[in-house]
Design a binder for this molecule. Sequence first.
Ligand code: S3P
Length: 175
Amino acid sequence: MKESKIFLIGFMCSGKSSLASKLSRALRWRHVDTDREIEKLTGKAIAQIFKQEGEAFFRQLELNVLSEIAKHEKIVVSTGGGLGANKEALKIMLSSGFVVWLKIDFETFISRCFQTNRPLLSLSKDELRELMIKRNETYKLAHLTLDASKTLNELASELLHCLDGVCNVNELGSN
Ligand code: S3P
């Protein structure tokens, strides 16, 4: 396997952190989560940053944090849902590692995410659906797409096989 960094991208509640944690144990690499890094750096919860500093501040911060994280090797990175949809951030990930999109459908997202405390959940269902459709256009540029409705074991096994060269990776922009 030539990759030394794996980035998991996708919409909220697609299971990026759980899969990253499982993979990092299997590979004996470090699991880094961009939101947790931001919380460590600022000493504030994500919801608090959104409330006190605003979303634009958070977006810049997550881009800065990602740039720092991407300098490391042997890491599995779970990213906040906005990062994989940010073209600049995606460029950093695509050029420095293997990028995996955990694709979730809207109904699964609602059922998994509904009762969590995420700032963007203050949007209406229609707005969230629009946001997902828009973001999917960028997420799909990932090297690999996995179906987030599968179990954690299935996802980890598919991804590990893929890293061993036993899978079809996406052709950029065509999946
Ligand atoms: C966000 C997703 C969250 C977190 C923040 C913004 C987004 O992370 O970064 O609330 O814009 O989709 P998760 O994808 O882990 O929920």
